[in-house]
Design a binder for this molecule. Structure first.
Ligand code: ADP
Ligand code: MG
Length: 246
């Protein structure tokens, strides 16, 4: 559950981010401001090409070429990230891929509990080419969790998986985040998925991304039924048709 009294886990205020292109600057983000509280799960929802990945890269400190501020400074926050592509090193085993994400002095520590938690124990010695996409994403998640993040950033982590694999991975991700009290910021296209897991939705406009609406989800998770989710989605689709498909 979010901890409302504490400092935010993350505070983002991007005034402007533009990419250079032949035909002039392409504005990807403009005046996008939001916070994520410790332990809170926030889903960013926006149309394709809106500027979502751009925003994540900025708040992770991977892109410093923008106008605005991110606090605390990304270098000072333990954040774990999982992108759509697992980005594993192909010539390293699953275990080595996870260990290499750790600071050098921690690389020798036991990862047994983590591999057990994620159902990866039998795959520790395997190589990325031997893994299904779902399993490779689990390894990417293990890599993100190994550093014990305070903030877990997920960029459409369940796309291209079949429903069963997506539901399985989703369960593992959110149980792991909750167990650690980590805040989660997830980009997704999948509104039902967001309605299942989020404390709050941030709806983004088409490019350049800015905030169309903040939607707190007051209904506790155990009471979120299919009928409730359908009603919320239809209401949002009617109010924000450029962001939420009907
Ligand atoms: P989203 O993740 O919401 O689909 P992105 O943040 O990836 O969108 O991209 C936002 C816009 O910025 C798109 O128009 C995309 O083409 C453009 N863009 C993204 N990365 C670059 C880049 N490295 N150079 C130029 N344009 C880019
Ligand atoms: Mg993207």
């Amino acid at each position: 559950m979010p901890d409302a009294g504490a400092d935010p886990a993350l505070s983002v205020a991007i005034r402007r981010k533009a990419y250079a292109s032949r035909s002039g600057p392409v504005e990807a983000v403009r005046d996008l401001t939001f916070t994520v509280q410790p332990g809170e799960t926030v889903c960013l929802i926006g149309p394709s090409g809106a500027g979502k990945t751009t925003t994540l890269r900025i708040l992770l400190g991977l892109d410093r070429d923008y106008e605005g501020t991110v606090t605390p400074d990304p270098d000072r926050v333990r954040s774990g990230m999982v992108f759509q592509e697992p980005r594993l090193l192909p010539w390293r085993s699953v275990e080595e891929n996870v260990r290499l994400s750790l600071p050098r002095r921690e690389r020798g520590r036991s990862l047994d509990a983590l591999f057990d938690e994620l159902g990866l124990a039998p795959w520790r010695g395997s190589y990325p080419r031997e893994l299904s996409l779902g399993m490779a994403r689990r390894v990417a998640l293990a890599r993100a969790l190994a550093i014990e993040p305070r903030l877990l950033v997920l960029d459409e982590p369940f796309v291209s998986l079949d429903d069963a694999a997506a539901a399985g991975l989703r369960g593992i991700v959110f149980a792991a985040a909750r167990r650690r009290g980590a805040a989660v910021l997830m980009v997704t296209h999948n509104v039902p998925e967001a309605l299942e897991v989020a404390d709050r939705l941030l709806l983004l406009t088409p490019r350049p991304a800015s905030l169309a609406a903040t939607v707190p989800l007051a209904t506790p998770r155990p009471e979120r039924s299919r009928a409730w989710a359908d009603a919320v989605r239809q209401d949002l689709a009617a109010r924000f048709p450029a962001t939420v498909a009907a």
